[in-house]
Ligand binder design. Sequence first.
Ligand SMILES: Nc1ncnc2c1ncn2[C@@H]1O[C@H](COP(=O)(O)OP(=O)(O)OP(=O)(O)O)[C@@H](O)[C@H]1O
Ligand SMILES: [Cu+]
Ligand SMILES: [Mg+2]
Length: 687
Amino acid sequence: MSDKHQQDHPKMEHEAMDHSKMEHGSMDHGSMDHSMHMGNLKQKFFISLILAIPIILLSPMMGVTLPFQFSFNGSDWVVLILASILFFYGGMPFLQGAKMELQGKNPAMMTLISLGISVSYFYSVYAFIANNLLHTQNHVMDFFWELATLILIMLLGHWIEMNAVSNAGNALQKMAELLPGTANVLDEEGNTTEVALKEVHIGDKIVVKAGGKIPTDGIIINGQTTVNESMVTGEAKDVSKKEQDKVIGGSINGSGTISVDVTGTGESGYLSQVMALVSSAQQEKSKVESLSDKVAKLLFYVALAVGILAFIIWLVVTKDMNIALERMVTVFIIACPHALGLAIPLATARSTSLGAQNGLLVKNRQALEVAKKVDVVMMDKTGTLTEGNFAVSAFKSFSTDYTENDVLEYMGALEKDSSHPLSVGVLKKLEELNLTTPAATDTSTIPGVGIEGTIEHQTVKIVSVAYLTKKGISYDQQLFSELSTKGNSVSFLLVNDKNIGLVAQGDQIKPEAKTMIQALKDQNIKPVMLTGDNQQAAAAVAQQLGIDDVHAELLPEDKEKLVKEYKNNGLVVMMVGDGVNDAPSLVRANVGVAIGAGTDVAVDSADVILVKSDPADILHFLSLAKNTSKKMVQNLWWGAGYNIVAIPLAAGVLAFAGILLSPAVGAIIMSFSTVIVAVNAMLLKID
Ligand SMILES: Nc1ncnc2c1ncn2[C@@H]1O[C@H](COP(=O)(O)OP(=O)(O)OP(=O)(O)O)[C@@H](O)[C@H]1O
Ligand SMILES: [Cu+]
Ligand SMILES: [Mg+2]
């Protein structure tokens, strides 16, 4: 991105450029904010790898002497220097993470890793001094080999995890980098000039050549093409686009040259909105302490206790300080959660990429862990269970001053500025009848109610039946129930708060919705419908789908209140919605799912985005979450299983039987459990 562009969008730029910040929330290890200091883990890993190779070659592996030797006179010094750099450079993210965990009195994974690497480093330095400077009689074994492999594997694990979890976030970040610095702006005469992106404004027309990057959000006004939106929506397939279709800044134009009417740039663009959201989600502390953190915390205390105990007991038994110290150090090192560190990241990595391939974008990793416990799935009607493809089935006037067509025209004037699915039906009808609309000013949406504005100095509103009831405005009840029981959404036109007319619009149920509802019931998950639409229309849809629990005529805050009520009854609630009126309840729910990738607030408020607007994806997501959790738990057992076996052995519980775990044998078991964990994660599937 150009410098100028940076100045123009300080907020967005900040988010995009500050790598460590982007990485942060995506890899949150729990409640700790440590990953702020993670820096660029990929770079850290490769530099650490280069540092580690000579250390590994030059030190006796796990105390085993190889038939060949790389070491030379003074090679111990080389190892010491390289290991020191490696410890402070490669180990820093973990040390800083541990510091934050300890400050928060919440020791977990970072502390456990730091304990392992610190003990192996400082003990090895002590061993070096004893062997090379003090020339003590007994050779003291160092653990530089273990230090190097430990840091490498931990960096690798965190790098994988970071990549995996921030898939969506990272893709958007990359998208920011992908935005071209300039756009080709089209003038009245049809000439194009190349203009810096920050000089492009909403309402400008731009030309995007075939194969070019689309610089802003907009609507195609000329030409057709295919667009690769995988960066934005995760949809792998190219999407074909024609006139009037939306394009999103950051996606890549395919085969055709198109002219685009700019609808969003910079701050107002889809990209920066989502990025602002991602960063705010990152700052919010994770709601649930993650499973691996709980295990790591437990392991930390166990390792600490066993290590100290081993030290005391061996000191008492052998009266030899060196032996006791070596036992304690071995315990701390072997307690290091190599496999545990990979258990969750690998499962998440596999899960997020599998999800993305199938149009399930997981924005919040916790959603995967919570979704398996879902008791209730609350869904809004319009757009989630129905197509939201409205067609006008009737329009009426109640006033002698207005014809039926006048009613439709007045409505159209306001609906032009609405993004509600109901507006499309009205506008389509107007076009069909070749009607024109008067000019409306000051239009604003009333969420859950409708829209208002000014036409010819009169206050004009389009509202729901619930609004009329609330305000005590009378309407033709018989006509209304006749239309609504047929499943119509009915909206009323008010001019200066006088009821002038209505429009009734019908919608179709999505074909996959019914099987989805049945499948939820089969899994003992209760389907609930929440809608802003009228009682009768809601009941008609619910009955066809087999939903017994229906709440209609809800305002956005009513939906949210209902979610809260269900939660207060001890139920785990998943909310699925698509509209502005669903945003508060999406945030409130244990798992918020936005259906359909759009430029909507719903997408911003959700933990998961179902890109394809297919209700069956609700089931796919539940299945993915369930399988992921299963893998995580299995992996935790394989990972922790190693520790459960190795820690007591390292401490020397079986020493009387001649079994004393050396770090060498520990390493073999450790690698074994790591391989199992990795293979197991790769076997993850969506049913
Ligand atoms: N742009 C609009 N044009 C016409 N009527 C509207 C508009 N926006 C809202 N309404 C009226 O307000 C009601 C509630 O709207 P809201 O957006 O909360 O719910 P909905 O989209 O109908 O249903 P759901 O909650 O299932 O998505 C609508 O049923 C309609 O009567
Ligand atoms: Cu380990
Ligand atoms: Mg809706």
